[in-house]
Design a binder for this molecule. Structure first.
Ligand code: FES
Length: 105
């Protein structure tokens, strides 16, 4: 099974085979945010890939539209659109990194 290391939390969780990075992080009870429910509409699930970017599903058109080329080039992905093929290391944004609508309950 592949793993997801969350560098800034110093924690490693299992990636669920066949599921998105978002689902794996939610399943592991990590504090990732979603407003759109995983439909590439909110951008709140963005994570930055620190290692293993080539071991992920390719960037899709939904991610390009939501994040833009500059963020994609800097390693950002939408967790709801990304599937893991091998172990990866990520930065998981904390509340202060996100737009306020992402963290309202
Ligand atoms: S959950 Fe909204 S863009 Fe991924």
């Amino acid at each position: 099974m592949s793993t997801i290391k969350i560098e800034n939390f110093d924690v490693t969780v299992d990636a669920l085979p066949g599921h998105s990075l978002l689902i794996s992080l939610v399943n592991a009870e990590q504090p990732i945010h979603t407003v759109c429910g995983g439909k590439a509409g909110c951008g709140c699930c963005r994570v930055r890939i620190l290692e293993g970017g080539s071991k992920l599903s390719p960037v899709n058109d939904n991610e390009r539209r939501r994040l833009g080329d500059a963020k994609i080039t800097a390693g950002w992905r939408l967790a709801c659109q990304t599937h893991i093929l091998r172990d990866v290391t990520i930065y998981l944004p904390v509340k202060e990194d996100l737009d306020s609508f992402c963290t309202k309950k």
